[in-house]
Design a protein around this ligand. Structure first.
Ligand SMILES: Cc1cc2nc3c(=O)[nH]c(=O)nc-3n(C[C@H](O)[C@H](O)[C@H](O)COP(=O)(O)O)c2cc1C
Length: 354
């Protein structure tokens, strides 16, 4: 039976208004990304992963600190670490910052993370994974979720052994990206495992991996019985893809719309990260937004070479003057940044992945 992607569903007592979840992506899921995702129809958005390192007095190479605003909800904040007590304390902080869901990263394949016993390593240490889940679920009153890969080694089916145990330990939902940690992002996401996981647990499962269109989202939901799909790379610089996935109408944004969304994204990111960090961080977004045949390649290349974000904004407005009015409209709807909650003891890790 076809699933309606515009239908709401529940993670315990949290209502998620559509069946599309915006993926957590380190180096991507800044506040502007999450907020835009909600605006384009994602029912749930996720933060980048924040580390317990601050609590454990360990150093973490950091992208900064998370800011949470009123227009991001429902919002999952993702934490990672390997010490149950530190994870529980981080979970409490995340809850008091307003997270609707505490998500745990048991899928990050990056060596710097797995060698500390966190991320995908936990798929090989089910006892510790369960102790962390139990500690976190006992520490907060919001639902707790776990995002995992299929396992560490190619062909692994660890997720099917660990997943049901995590539910028993207190996870209210599981997200599966059915690639191995070894695979990183190569090959394809094997959603036959997602279907098997759905059969094994009585909580909603979110299917992550290779969902880039309405047709694919339907196919994955129908084949797996998952409650929702998660969209990651397909939404990079492309909020219109989220709209297409949720609503099924092909969306071809005008140059004005693309420029306006990018300008708002730039300004919000500068506000969040500061000009120095934002100018480097944003370069990949220029390619993502201005590609897809939306602007000529020489224009895209020129924008990427500019030094300051202000120059980029000026150049975009010169190329698409009608964007100015759209920018004004979009900015008028933003909540007051002074009302943001800052999670300043939990650094955003530069080593994310999952
Ligand atoms: C650049 C990048 C960063 C990522 N960072 C995270 C992360 O911090 N936490 C996490 O759980 N998954 C992370 N992921 C994995 C995604 O959430 C998602 O599971 C994966 O990309 C597969 O979905 P997709 O095919 O829709 O991109 C990351 C993926 C990418 C491409």
């Amino acid at each position: 039976m076809a699933v309606n992607l515009r239908e709401s569903w529940w993670i315990r007592d949290v209502e998620v208004p559509t069946r599309v979840v915006l993926a957590p992506m380190a180096g991507v899921s800044v506040q502007a990304f999450r907020r835009q995702g909600r605006r384009y129809g994602a029912g749930l958005v996720c933060s980048e992963m924040v580390s317990c390192a601050g609590i454990e007095h360990k150093n973490e190479r950091t992208l900064g600190y998370l800011r949470v605003a009123s227009d991001e909800h429902p919002l999952a904040i993702q934490i990672f670490g390997s010490d149950p007590r530190a994870m529980a304390e981080a979970a409490r902080m995340v809850e008091s910052a307003g997270a609707d869901l505490v998500d745990m990263n048991f899928g990050c394949p990056v060596r710097k993370v797995t060698k500390t016993g966190a991320g995908a390593h936990l798929l090989q240490d089910a006892d510790l994974a369960c102790r962390i889940t139990d500690a976190v679920a006992s520490a907060v009153s919001v639902p707790v979720s776990v995002k995992m890969r299929r396992g560490v080694e190619d062909g692994s089916r660890s997720c099917l052994e660990v997943g049901p145990r995590l539910v028993e330990a207190g996870a209210s939902t599981l997200t599966l990206h059915p690639r191995s940690a070894k695979q990183m992002y190569t090959g394809y996401a094997d959603h036959t495992l997602t279907a098997e996981l759905v059969e094994l647990v009585d909580v909603p499962v979110i299917a992550s991996g290779d969902v880039t269109s309405h047709a694919k989202a339907h196919a994955v939901l129908a084949a797996t019985g998952a409650a929702a799909v998660m969209v990651g790379r397909g939404a990079q610089g492309n909020p219109w893809a989220i709209r297409e996935i949720v609503f099924g109408d092909a969306v071809h944004p005008s140059r004005e719309e693309v420029a306006a969304e990018l300008i708002v994204f730039i300004r919000e990111t500068v506000r969040e990260l500061g000009e120095r960090r934002a100018s480097g961080f944003l370069k990949k977004f220029y390619g993502w937004y201005l590609g897809h045949g939306r602007f000529p390649r020489p224009f895209k290349n020129e924008v990427t070479q500019l030094h300051s974000t202000e120059e980029v904004v000026t150049r975009l407005l010169a190329a698409a003057p009608g964007a100015a009015e759209l920018v004004e409209r979009l900015e008028a709807e933003l909540p007051d940044p002074d009302d943001d909650v800052l999670l300043d003891r939990l650094p955003i890790s530069v080593y994310g992945g999952g």
